[in-house]
Ligand binder design. Structure first.
Ligand SMILES: CC(C)(COP(=O)(O)OP(=O)(O)OC[C@H]1O[C@@H](n2cnc3c(N)ncnc32)[C@H](O)[C@@H]1OP(=O)(O)O)[C@@H](O)C(=O)NCCC(=O)NCCS
Length: 184
């Protein structure tokens, strides 16, 4: 199944494409957006390489990939359903929004739609998400869409960002739990 165009009340989510590269350069080049992700903002060359890998994901996994989100025609950020290595019944959720769109309920609005796609369209059984323990916004977004904390873990980084010493967290939601949350 190719990645479909997805819609929410405010967002249009389209498969990431070359037309989004400039927006990705701006997003990954912003120090506050990248605070919990990289020791320094990414250069254009680095983003171009990530862009190629992001596009490749859609060709490797049915229905998964990166979606660029727009609201009223403006780029808001991207949402992701990634492969979980060795388990094609699961996917990993991710998101990254431009700072001017933060705290407006948009990350969770898009994430809810990706969960609907994962469980409703693709029939996956479980979706996970990982972030740094200190990334309060990301954790709150996971909780807002019904995901629950399942474990703490340590990740190895060549150049850890401040806060990495507190470790990483994983959240998850199963299809059954998601279905239970859809009932009125
Ligand atoms: C994390 C991020 C996606 C949140 O996006 P957002 O659009 O502001 O999130 P929402 O408005 O949908 O908020 C969802 C919940 O998170 C809470 N939240 C958002 N940012 C928060 C923060 N910095 N601290 C605490 N809570 C926060 C909101 O209050 C809301 O909680 P509620 O449902 O209980 O009201 C955004 O800050 C971002 O793109 N950060 C940079 C990239 C990043 O860290 N991505 C995740 C890496 S794993």
């Amino acid at each position: 199944m190719p990645q479909p165009v997805l819609r929410t009340e405010r967002l249009q989510l389209v498969p990431l494409a070359d037309e989004h590269l400039e927006s990705e350069v701006e997003l990954d080049g912003h120090p506050e957006v990248m605070r919990y992700l990289e020791p320094r903002p990414r250069t254009r060359e680095q983003v171009e390489e990530f862009h190629r890998r992001r596009l490749a994901l859609a060709t490797e996994a049915s229905g998964l990939g990166f979606w660029a989100g727009t609201a009223a025609g403006e780029f808001v950020g991207w949402w992701l359903l990634d492969v979980v290595p060795g388990d094609d019944r699961q996917a990993e959720l991710g998101y990254r929004l431009s700072m001017r769109w933060w705290r407006q309920g948009l990350a969770s609005e898009g994430a809810r739609e990706l969960l609907r796609h994962a469980f409703g369209d693709l029939g996956l059984t479980r979706v996970i998400a990982q972030t740094m323990a200190v990334n309060a916004g990301s954790r709150a977004t996971m909780a807002a869409v019904g995901m629950a904390h399942v474990r703490d873990f340590r990740a190895e980084f060549d150049e850890p960002v401040p806060g990495a010493e507190h470790g990483e967290v994983e959240y998850a939601i199963t299809r059954d739990r998601w279905l239970a949350g859809q009932r009125p």
